[in-house]
Design a protein around this ligand. Sequence first.
Ligand code: EPZ
Length: 419
Amino acid sequence: MDRFVIHGGRRLEGRVTAASAKNAVLPILAACLLTDEECVIRGVPRLEDVATMARLLETMGVEVAWRGRTVRLRAGRVSERAPYDIVRKMRASYYVLGPLVGRLGRAEVSLPGGCAIGARPVDLHLKGIEALGAEVRVEHGYIKARARKLRGAGMVLEGTNGPSVGATANTMMAAVLAQGITEIRGAACEPEVADLAAFLNRMGARVEGAGTPTVRVRGVSRLRGAEHRPIPDRIEAGTLAVAAAMTRGQVEIRNCRPDHLGVVIETLRATGAEVTARRTSLAVSGPGRPGPVIIGTAPYPGFPTDLQAQFTALLCLARGTSVVTESIFENRFLHAMELARMGAQIEVTGRTAVIKGVARLQSAQVMASDLRASAALVLAGLVARGETVVRRIYHLDRGYERLEQKLAGLGARIERLAE
Ligand code: EPZ
């Protein structure tokens, strides 16, 4: 297992380019199951999760051909089964459920199970496809769905923790080939949902309102192959922006959509960072110690839960006390204990962390636990004087393509060592 060795204390300066959004790429790759014609997805980041999705699709019979960051997929004859040994590696494998039910009328997808940050139930995914007429059974750890012909339907798809990105995406992908009109109320509004809809519409689907709480789908009889370049990764861009602010650096982030980062930019400015937003780039500088803020994660367009850990790391250095409330996932403060080992003063009670800022963090050996917690520890290592070692970097590689190279390109002293 790889580890990062970081010598902190250097300001980050220069330009860096964000990749395409992992959380748009994953459902878009699965959506290629909806046609037997060739689809071409460009600018795809070479991430562990993307490789896992490609491997899953290949085991199901999809032809997958890579050339750099362009991937060609052709789902001729496909199996309806997504096996446990792949799904257990990446819960987003469940994105094949909707397309399989839509295209084949049947699916056998292993239940994804929970993960470090929470139970991650899939009840809303099942509610969505059942509303379209699928019969769903859960047997021996597999979701088994059958539908002679899916019919459009109206439904409310949000749960006690708000809308579900995954359930919205899966239901949309099942509805595009259903007979009639589907209306999803309480739909997730994340930009990645809108980007998936844009791809589906390029394939000949008729999806309206994606990115708003009400999505309407008019079913069509078949879909054709299409080409697409997914939207930039707002979470990677946000992570790099925090790195600039924390190190009191000056960084320009390219291939970025500031219009997808509204609340994040406001929050960064509230800490005292200077942020200049242009149409496709973000310039961030951190003149001094950040000021304290109050953050509450929420469904889009609220503060993204996927940037909570990174901002928690930033607020460890604040001139005062901050409060961060995590309303989306029940266990998403795993980074707090590791940051405390670096001298941070964080008190977590339930879904709220109270962070008393300190003047500096101390280098230490720390352990990554999940994707975004790993990013928070790397950010802390960039500012802690001395040598910080972040172990279990495989968590980070799931969602960031060679992050150490991007940070080193901005002046960080960071290297990857194989354990
Ligand atoms: C997506 O996960 C993202 N993953 C997550 O990013 C992100 O944190 C999350 O959306 C929220 O924005 C991908 O897109 C691959 P949800 P997803 O369904 O779809 C509850 C990262 O770091 N819920 O929107 O699984 C759920 O427990 C990852 O890149 C149900 O109750 O999240 C949570 O409390 C981490 N029943 C809330 O809804 C369901 O059937 C939001 O979850 C589904 C979800």
